[in-house]
Design a protein around this ligand. Structure first.
Ligand code: NAP
Length: 284
């Protein structure tokens, strides 16, 4: 994985990346054909559609070659980077700890994304936190503070929105591409039967709205783009260490495999929507 290199720029690093991508090309070409066939079969199975319909549904799904991951240092971000590379995709990763990119600071997002040239056929935003500044998810509204909500919204909603704003120029206009933001099922209002976790839920509901609106706008100029919010499942990362309780969890590697399968199945018809790791739609 390259970290923050300018795609297509002169320099040993960039050349190394392109060469690696070319080397991977042959492997990827047959791999991609196989993956598309598998994806078609999966769509047929899931939707009960005919082969023809499934083919049509997938006619604009992506054959990924270049991916940009924001939050590449995280449990899910790093596992997705590894999985994509395993599938022959050239990955550029950016992160706060690795490159100093802070998604809560628009100038930082603009500066780091401004150094890249693209195009990327996958841009994946995997940043976020459940606990910020020691504020754990609220059990009751009595625990709620303005600062906790503001911090959550700044990181989990405004952050990905700034990524979408400054990354859209890196997406091809005429080719199939995916922009995906990690949301969380608990951001769904329709699915909220338990309450609690006020600030985190609010921030994730907000990011869902931001992704939905951006998808509508981007769809006017990027007809083959799918811009979506994704729930990764309950994944064993630093993020869940204190909170997974008795929930069934999956390893980051397994979650990454499932998310990459979703990326490969997304088409413009899915844009502006909210899916889980099995590509099951989640209500807003
Ligand atoms: N794990 C789960 O079960 C689960 C479930 C539902 C949703 N999600 C969502 O998935 C996303 C990733 O979760 P994870 O489990 O991979 O968490 P993680 O391992 O804790 O990784 C969090 C990532 O966010 C980055 N980050 C945090 N604050 C940042 C900031 N201000 N600017 C830039 N980057 C920042 C971290 O960067 P540094 O480490 O470099 O500072 C790290 O790359 C989150 O949005 C989370 O809400 C996770």
């Amino acid at each position: 994985m390259r970290t923050g290199l300018r795609r297509g720029a002169a320099g040993a690093g960039a050349e190394g990346g392109e060469t690696a991508a070319r080397r991977a090309g042959g492997r990827a070409a047959s791999g991609v054909r196989g993956m598309v066939a598998t994806a078609r079969a999966r769509v047929r199975q899931a939707c009960g559609t005919s082969a023809l319909e499934a083919g049509r549904a997938l006619s604009t799904s992506i054959a990924m070659t270049h991916a940009l991951i924001i939050g590449a240092s995280g449990g899910i971000g790093s596992a997705v980077a590894q999985e994509l590379e395993r599938r022959g995709v050239s990955v550029t990763g950016l992160s706060r700890s690795g490159n100093g990119l802070d998604v809560t600071d628009e100038a930082s997002v603009e500066e780091h994304l401004g150094r890249l040239e693209g195009p990327y056929d996958l841009i994946f935003c995997a940043t976020g936190a459940l606990e910020i500044d020691g504020a754990s998810p609220e059990k009751t509204i009595r625990d709620l503070t303005p600062k906790a909500i503001a911090d959550q919204v700044a990181l989990n909603a405004i952050g990905p929105a700034m990524v979408l704003k400054h990354a859209i120029r890196l997406v091809p206009r005429r080719e199939a591409a995916v922009m995906a933001v990690l949301s969380a099922r608990v951001g769904s209002i329709g699915d909220n039967g338990l309450g609690g976790w006020y600030s985190y839920r609010t921030a994730k509901a907000a990011v869902n709205q931001l992704v939905h609106s951006a998808a509508i706008e981007f769809g006017r100029t990027h007809k083959k783009l799918s811009c979506v919010a994704l729930h990764p499942g309950t994944v064993e990362t630093a993020f869940t260490a204190k909170y997974a309780d008795n929930h069934p969890t999956v390893s980051a590697a397994e979650a990454a495999g499932r998310l990459c399968d979703v990326f490969e199945q997304l088409t413009p018809a899915h844009s502006g929507r909210f899916f889980d790791y099995a590509m099951k739609e989640i209500p807003w």
